[in-house]
Design a protein around this ligand. Structure first.
Ligand code: GDP
Length: 473
């Protein structure tokens, strides 16, 4: 009877057995209805073409090692914000490298590496990085390295201004790395930055620099009482390093669009972490740019290319460089022990990092604002020395406990609420399969996963490329 006949569509995976589905395409249900599968729709094979690897916390989570690992699946790696104020440390068959500007994909020969328009570039520093890589036998050519013509130049006067302002602030200082990053981003929004692509037009460049310098020297001399900068010296500096970089300077947007149209996979690499984002972080103890994944398309030069996978990197404990509220912070002997075990010293500056247990309120917040679709959980091996693993589960603010990360004004009064979970007390750095991890280590991972509500799909147990456990949730 036609009243009892229903037609349905069956959606199947590409590797399902279609014959079996066709054989069972008409089903008599318990209530006597016949359902006929009238159409079989084969699910398109999912192919990720764009992915961002971002920090969920304060930075130094181990993003560089993740990019180095994952770059093999990608054709292009793009840095989309920041300058040489932070660094990635990558350990691979070429050696150990601290990269401040050049994307970590540079170690894969077939990968094209891009510095997007959201980055700020000190040409002298960048040239130094290129030379060091050249010396290690890594090829950096216009074919595998491109600098957006719209990236802003960091000048010596930005570095001077950074130091002068930190000195003026004295004990209220922001903990700047004094690489000129905050001044250059401020200038950008005052429309007083100079784009690196302008170097290709020396006459126009000189005129532009002259007018910017006239304005900048007012601040250097009249606000800080320091020595003004000379146009000729800055021109010599610009031409010396600019000429070396010119072959790499390109319209990054055009390049990325072309690559995307050809079906190339694009990986976006962030510097620092969500809590250092200028809009969403622990303002004003933030960076001057946006390390969030949502900014990746804007800062790359191709805002029209969407990001469809976001790997948030979370360290198995917390670390933080510089000033600002860091609620789960440890002090004294136990902090020293964790810092030593994790080698927590700045890649760019060598500064000892502040350390503490994993901070769940901060991590939950970071996962949310990053829009992380999965997590790479790093440095699990570092915790192997602990009898019990401490975790900051909540903050206590004015006597009230909260699991949420509060508005930044409330952070200085927040106190950590800690709990401990059992440790595993054994070396896990040789383990490559999730099921081979000690039960306590798996419990810690699954506990964190539940608390931050995002799958932990990579567990890193060492700095080396292969020291990782892939875990399909
Ligand atoms: P990034 O800026 O987020 O890339 O982080 P950094 O490079 O500043 O810090 C990460 C440091 O931890 C580097 O020295 C890495 O080589 C190291 N590292 C990354 N993952 C692991 C891991 O799973 N175990 C250990 N022991 N070290 C790791």
């Amino acid at each position: 009877m036609s009243a009892n006949l229903f037609y349905g569509i069956r959606i199947v995976e590409p590797d399902d057995d279609y014959n079996d589905i066709i054989r069972n395409s008409a089903m008599l249900t318990e209530s006597g209805y016949i359902i006929v599968i009238s159409e079989i729709v084969i699910k398109a094979e999912e192919k990720m073409t764009t992915c961002a690897i971002v920090g969920v916390n304060w930075g130094d989570e181990g993003k560089g090692r993740m990019v180095d690992l994952i770059a093999m699946d990608f054709d292009v790696v793009v840095r989309y914000q920041g300058g040489n104020n932070a660094g990635h440390t990558v350990v691979n068959e070429y050696g150990k490298f601290a990269l401040n500007l050049i994307p970590s994909g540079i170690f894969r020969k077939e990968v094209v590496n891009v510095l997007g328009c959201g980055t700020v570039i000190n040409p002298e520093h960048l040239w130094g990085e290129i030379e060091k890589l050249h010396q290690a036998g890594i090829s950096i050519e216009p074919e595998n390295f491109k600098i957006s013509d719209r990236a802003a130049i960091v000048f010596p006067f930005h570095i001077a201004q950074d130091s002068l302002e930190e000195a003026r602030l004295a004990d209220r200082k922001y903990g700047s790395t004094k690489r000129g990053i905050a001044p250059v981003y401020s200038d950008k929004y005052q429309k007083k930055a100079i784009h690196i692509g302008e170097l290709a037009y020396p006459e126009e460049y000189k005129n532009h620099l002259e007018s910017v310098l006239e304005w900048k020297n007012l601040t250097i001399e009249k606000v800080y009482g320091s020595k003004p900068f000379e146009l000729d010296e800055l021109m010599d500096w610009s031409m010396k390093f600019g000429e070396k970089l010119l072959p790499y300077i390109a319209d990054s947007g055009e390049f990325l669009r072309g690559a995307y149209a050809q079906g190339k996979n694009i990986l976006y690499e962030a510097q620092l972490g969500a809590l250092r984002d200028i809009d969403y972080g622990i303002y004003p103890y933030t960076s001057s740019s946006n390390p969030l994944a949502a900014y990746a398309p804007l800062g790359s030069g191709a805002p029209d290319i969407p990001v469809n996978r976001v790997i948030g990197v979370v360290k198995a404990y917390s670390s933080c460089v510089g000033e600002g509220p860091f609620i789960a912070e440890w002090f004294g002997e136990e902090a020293d022990k964790l810092r030593e075990a994790g080698g927590e010293y700045g890649a760019a500056t060598g500064r000892p990092r502040r350390v503490g247990p994993l901070d769940l309120p901060a991590t939950r917040y970071g996962v949310k604002v990053q829009g992380a679709t999965e997590i790479a959980f790093t440095k699990m091996d570092v915790l192997s020395y602990m009898e019990e693993i401490p975790v900051c589960t909540a903050y206590s603010i004015a006597g009230k406990e909260t699991r949420d990360f509060p508005f930044h004004t409330l952070l200085p009064q927040a106190k950590p609420v800690f709990k401990t979970v059992p440790g595993w007390k054994t070396d896990i750095s040789m383990i490559r399969r999730y099921e081979d991890l000690p039960q306590e280590a798996r419990s810690y991972i699954e506990y964190v996963e539940g608390e931050i509500n995002c799958p932990l799909s990579y567990i890193s147990v060492g700095p080396g490329r292969d020291e990782i456990i892939l875990r399909k949730a």
